[in-house]
Design a protein around this ligand. Structure first.
Ligand code: M6R
Length: 366
């Protein structure tokens, strides 16, 4: 049942406010607001941890990359991250007393499962963020943190991704608290900000017709570049993956600052450059990279909030406004325009959105 939508992907994009709220409610007590003290074992493990290794595949890996920024900032925990298909063959140095976090919607991804087994064999305390509670990854991890996205049918991951973020963010706060870097006031502020995410997404979804129209322009391109900085850099990677997998447009995600180290040579009027730049501490830097693109004739689609769009001026090709929010939660919000752009680009191209060619929902082979 697609609930009145043309594709499961569209339905799943629209379910996000609700399923993110469910996931947040499991980890955050809204009355305080504060993280719920669900797992004493988990808090103890974080208090004593020497490091955190994060691994996953595809979109789940990008959720983990965003998590890395949060864990480093809030919990001052050294984070090592790699895709599971590399980590498991790399002979990584697992520190004594380390923790390892694996993220998977299906809980059945072969490489992620193998990486988890390897980390466990090397004495790491393993945590799994999974959407399917009875999955192999959930069964084998020491600590299981569920997401409540519900069944995700579309091959392109949307609501599972934002729910992974909705589980990782409270986890990073809890880790920060256990390690003495997040005090009560900070915890309250961060939790309150997270609880606002569903409301902001509802608000943003009203702009869907505009996104559809912009995506028709994007659909004409052969190549697209996505740029972001900080926790929004993984979102640039996710945006590019979404475009590739469902619209078959070649897209690359880049850290905004890396543009001038090579990819800027690609810029001309045929390559849309999508810039993810909320008006946060990194905004000025990202916008200066954006201006370098425009100075070379590149056409920029800027995704920002009102302040960010106003400050950028009128020279951008297209502008998408996301509600202003605490910088901590912007990856959750900016995920939605990124999904809608890919979705409507695919619809414009007439591809099989829910069943893109060559792809399986769950990759159980290595
Ligand atoms: O089930 P998992 O979360 O472990 O799957 C990981 C990837 O295969 C998955 O996220 C894939 O990249 C999606 N098709 C992306 O939209």
């Amino acid at each position: 049942d697609k609930g009145g939508h043309s594709h499961y992907m569209a339905k799943e994009i629209h379910e996000q406010p609700e399923v993110i709220a469910h996931t947040l409610a499991y980890y955050i007590d809204p009355a305080k607001p504060a993280v719920r003290e669900r797992d004493v074992k988990l808090a103890k493990a974080f208090a004593e941890a020497t490091s955190l290794t994060v691994s996953a595949c595809g979109t789940a890996f990008y959720a983990g990359m965003i998590g890395k920024y949060w864990f480093e900032k809030l919990a001052r925990l050294p984070v090592e991250i790699d895709v599971a298909s590399e980590l498991r063959y790399r002979d990584p140095v697992y520190p004594k007393g380390g923790m390892a976090l694996f993220i998977s919607q299906s809980g059945e991804t072969a490489d992620t499962l193998a990486a988890l087994r390897d980390a466990k064999a090397h004495g790491q305390t393993t945590i799994a963020v999974v959407n399917v509670p009875e999955s192999s990854i959930a069964r084998e991890a020491d600590i299981v943190l569920p997401t409540f996205a519900g069944p995700e049918i579309g091959v392109a991951s949307t609501k599972a991704f934002t729910c992974q973020l909705a589980a990782l963010a409270p986890l990073a706060i809890a880790a920060g608290k256990a390690r003495g870097f997040v005090d009560e006031a900070a915890e309250k502020k961060l939790c309150a900000a997270l609880l606002e995410a569903p409301r902001h997404i509802v608000e943003f979804l009203k702009q869907e017709p505009k996104l559809r129209q912009i995506a028709q322009g994007v659909a004409k391109a052969r190549d697209v570049l996505y740029l972001g900085r900080g926790a929004n850099y993984p979102l640039a990677l996710e945006g590019a993956l979404k475009l590739k997998e469902i619209s078959y447009i070649h897209a690359e995600g880049y850290a905004a600052g890396e543009m001038k180290h090579g990819p800027i040579a690609l810029i001309d009027e045929n390559v849309p450059v999508i810039v993810i730049a909320p008006h946060d501490a990194l905004y000025e830097k990202t916008v200066s990279n954006m201006q370098e693109v425009m100075a070379r004739g590149g056409k920029v689609l800027l995704i920002s909030d009102k302040t960010g769009l106003d400050a950028a001026g009128a020279q951008v090709w297209k502008a998408v406004e996301v509600p202003a929010a605490d910088p901590f939660i912007t990856p959750l919000l900016y995920a939605v325009p990124v999904q809608l752009l890919a979705y409507y680009a695919a619809v414009a191209k007439g591809t099989d959105v829910d069943q893109p060619r060559n792809l399986a929902k769950s990759v159980t082979v290595e």
